[in-house]
Structures are given as structure tokens and as C-alpha cells.
Unconditional design. Structure first.
Lengths: 238, 234
């Protein structure tokens, strides 16, 4: 039995870059089930919050603790970037890459990659260079690459930005499957429809702070803060 | 003009008849420079990758020094290697002076900074692409270096070929440490210097044409073997 990686407790965390506060101070606890959706206007600090949780941004102040050691926690999570980072490899080798890092043989990793390519609908493109893929295909590759290690927590930074309806639906289906397999999702989005469809809890960010953190049902029914109310209504929040 | 024409025709005949002296010094040129290239690449490429992925205190200084050393005067390198390898020098007991090994050592010193600088330039760009991804995947430093070297191999080939170009045409250092001894350390460039000194311009030119042709041939071969510039292969 592997011990649970969650809850993830963040206390008074601040991310500062070049003297400017991007996030914080924030206090919250990430519970062990569900899909957390991070929403808020541009520049609210959604991306920085996700990067901070994942360990890509160093904390300038405060603390953050997983339920397991940091080293183990880092191994059991993955991140999907807003603009997928493509490696100079074939689709097959790109998806297999994370497995080869943890000591899986090249052959076994490639076989796994083919299975995952099938799940995200990239089977026909296995031999292509990742750099020739379209935007939607790149995002699917990034998802397969992130899920192939069966992470306990998966962070997604606006994975469906600049994708059309069909690609968005396909990605949401993949995500639903990952959740069914026991992956905890933390995802930022600009698409309120998507937030309503997926969220089990909502983190509303504004000017680097978490203004609301509650269950999706409560949040969409009656946001507590005026900014969140305006944002849900579709007004421009500044 | 007549010198150039007679040089061309003499080069043609030397090559067609496979003149034994020409074959010998051409092969020695290749042997010395390719050995130096392999050794220098083994040193310079991982160094370039390390400089890209790792932030340490003297990183900036190291890069600046490497860039500056790209213009290292070969004859000075030759002089220093000569002093180190000479009988009274610290490595005199090895008896390497005036052997092909001495020439290889000198060429390695000359091209390591060049290969490392050019390689670092391309790997630095690749690293800025890969940085977030590789950090996110919890890679070790060794894995990062390996990934950069493999995925950046096309740029690294260019770096290595630049090193080859500098080494194959270099004369100052290998003249000093090799001594241009017939049947021992005579290579194409030193032979050209000798023939020019003797006033045999046609032969010198012929050797020069062979040298240029060989450099082109080696570049083409390496590109063909590694299948770059074909289709969308990296």
C-alpha cells in the first residue's frame, strides 16, 4: 500500500519574482479527492499558483507540505503546460520519455506509449516528429506524457486554451478517465462552461490572492465575494 | 596563373596514380585530426551541456574564457605543449614529443574551446525549451545532460565539424610539436609549408587541393551517415 500524497497543506505561501508579488500570501489545503478548478482574470496568479504547488516556483515565504516526503511527492505528480513543450523526438518516444527516466526499458516504455497514444487518439501519428503536430494534438501528447506515470496529482494550466469544442471535449474525456483511475486534478481555466462541467471545488483567484475556495455547487450558486460574483456573471473584473 | 594550373594538373595525377607519399600523409592527417576530434568532443560536449543546465558560481567566467579561447593562437599552444613534452619538461618521460600523439594533444587543446562554445550556444537554447518540462519530470542532472546531448545532436554535429575544420587546416602547433618528420609526423599542412619553402609551388598547391577536397569529403560523409538535412529528421 502506497501512502497517500494528499492532503497538501499550504501556509502563508508567497511567490515573488523580481520584487513583484505574483502569489500570496495564500493559505489552503488540497484535499484528497475531486477536481479543483482554478479560475480568475488574467494575471491573477493562476499559473504561478499551479507552478508553486508543483515546485517549479520557489517559495519566497511560507510553507507547503505534502503528506509524504517532498522527494516522493515530486515523483508522483505531473504538469501539463499551457503551451505544450514538444521534444525533438517522435510522438512515440516523447510519450515514452517519462517512463525511461524511471528505469523502464526502452522497449517496454515504447509499448506503454503506444497504449497511451491509443487512449488519446494519436495512434496514427506515433512515428511523426512531435514538432509537426497541431495544437490539439500537442496537448493530447502532453496529456498522455503526463498520465503515463499514473501520477497521483496532475496539474493542468489551461490545457484547452485555444482549442476548439471538439478537441476540448476529447481532452475532458481523457481527464474524466484519469479521475476515474484515481488521479487528483488541479486545473486552471478561462472557460466558465468547462469550470461548471468539471469542478468539484473552485479556487477563485484575484490579484495573487485566493478569494474563495469552496465546493463548486456552493460557488456557482452564490459566490461570497463581489469580485467572484461579477466574474461568474461574466463581467470584466479589474 | 600557370602555377595554379600546373598545381591542379599535378594534384589530379597525384590522386589518380595514388601516389604512395600522398596517401601516407593524407591518412596521417586524417588519423591525427579525427583522433583529436573524438577526444575533444568527449570532453567538450558534456562540458557544454553541464554549462547549460547547471548554475554555479564561476559559470559566467567559464563561458567567457571558453569563448575567448576559441581564438587561441595555435603556434602558442604548440610552444606550450612542446615545453611540457620536451625531455626536460614535466611529461618528458613519456617520450611523446615528435610523435603523432603530441600533435593530437595540441589539436585537442586548440579545438575543445571552439567545440564547447558552439555546442553551448545550441544547448542553451534547447535547455530554455526543455527547462520546465525536465524540471517538472523530476529528472536528475545526469538525465538532463543526456537528454540535451541526444535531442541537440544535430547542433552538436555542427559544433564538431567546426572543430574538425579548424584542426585539419591547422599547421602552427603540429609543426612545432610534430616536427614535420618524413614518414613519422608529416601531414598535409606541414608538407605544404615545406614544399612552399622549397619553391615547389605546384606540389604545394596540389597538396592544398587534396586537403580541401578531403575536408569536404569528410563533412559530406558525416552528414550522410547521420542523415541530417534529409526530410524532417532531427
Amino acid at each position: 500500500m502506497v501512502s497517500a500524497i494528499l492532503p497538501f497543506v499550504v501556509q502563508d505561501a508567497v511567490v515573488r519574482r523580481r520584487g513583484k508579488v505574483l502569489v500570496g500570501p495564500v493559505d489552503f489545503t488540497l484535499s484528497d479527492t475531486g477536481i479543483s478548478i482554478v479560475i480568475g482574470p488574467n494575471g491573477a496568479g493562476k499559473t504561478s499558483l499551479l507552478r508553486m504547488m508543483h515546485g517549479l516556483e520557489r517559495l519566497s515565504a511560507g510553507e507547503a507540505h505534502w503528506a509524504v516526503s517532498l522527494d516522493e511527492a515530486r515523483r508522483r505528480q505531473a504538469f501539463v503546460f499551457q503551451t505544450p513543450r514538444m521534444m525533438r523526438r517522435t510522438v512515440r518516444d516523447s510519450i515514452a520519455f517519462p517512463l525511461t527516466l524511471t528505469g523502464t526499458s526502452k522497449k517496454a516504455a515504447r509499448a506503454q506509449a503506444e497504449v497511451w497514444a491509443g487512449r488519446v487518439g494519436l495512434s496514427d501519428l506515433l512515428g511523426f516528429q512531435a514538432s509537426v503536430l497541431s495544437g490539439g494534438e500537442r496537448q493530447k501528447l502532453a496529456l498522455a506524457r503526463a498520465l503515463i506515470r499514473h501520477p497521483d496529482v496532475l496539474f493542468l494550466d489551461e490545457p484547452c486554451a485555444s482549442l476548439d469544442g471538439r478537441a476540448t471535449r476529447e481532452i475532458e474525456e481523457i481527464l474524466a478517465r484519469a479521475v476515474a483511475d484515481g488521479t487528483r486534478l488541479v486545473m486552471s481555466t478561462h472557460d466558465m462552461g468547462q469550470a461548471r462541467r468539471l469542478a468539484s471545488e473552485v479556487i477563485f483567484m484575484f490579484a495573487g490572492r485566493i478569494h474563495e475556495h469552496q465546493s463548486a455547487v456552493d460557488f456557482f450558486a452564490a459566490p461570497n465575494t463581489t469580485q467572484a460574483r461579477a466574474f461568474v456573471r461574466g463581467d470584466i473584473v479589474e | 596563373m600557370s602555377d595554379i594550373w600546373s598545381g591542379l594538373s599535378q594534384a589530379f595525377w597525384l590522386v589518380v596514380t595514388l601516389d604512395p607519399d600522398l596517401v601516407e600523409i593524407t591518412l596521417r592527417s586524417l588519423q591525427v585530426t579525427l583522433s583529436a576530434l573524438v577526444i575533444a568532443s568527449v570532453i567538450a560536449l558534456p562540458l557544454a551541456a553541464l554549462l547549460s543546465v547547471r548554475r554555479f558560481r564561476f559559470r559566467r567566467v567559464t563561458i567567457a574564457v571558453l569563448n575567448a579561447l576559441m581564438g587561441l593562437p595555435p603556434v602558442v599552444v604548440g610552444l606550450v605543449v612542446y615545453l611540457l613534452l620536451s625531455r626536460s619538461g614535466p611529461f618528458g618521460v613519456l617520450g611523446l614529443l615528435f610523435t603523432p600523439w603530441a600533435m593530437i594533444i595540441a589539436q585537442v587543446i586548440i579545438i575543445v574551446p571552439l567545440i564547447a562554445s558552439v555546442a553551448h550556444q545550441t544547448l542553451r537554447e534547447l535547455w530554455s525549451d526543455y527547462h520546465d518540462l525536465l524540471i517538472s519530470m523530476n529528472t536528475t542532472q545526469y538525465q538532463r545532460i543526456r537528454t540535451l546531448l541526444w535531442d541537440g545532436r544535430r547542433g552538436l554535429l555542427t559544433a564538431a565539424l567546426a572543430g574538425f575544420g579548424r584542426a585539419i587546416g591547422e599547421v602552427g602547433a603540429i609543426m612545432v610539436v610534430g616536427g614535420n618528420i618524413d614518414h613519422a609526423t608529416r601531414v598535409l599542412t606541414t608538407a605544404i609549408v615545406l614544399e612552399t619553402g622549397k619553391g615547389d609551388f605546384a606540389l604545394a598547391l596540389a597538396l592544398g587541393f587534396v586537403l580541401i577536397a578531403m575536408a569536404i569529403l569528410v563533412n559530406l560523409t558525416i552528414h550522410m551517415v547521420s542523415q541530417t538535412e534529409s526530410g524532417d529528421r532531427w
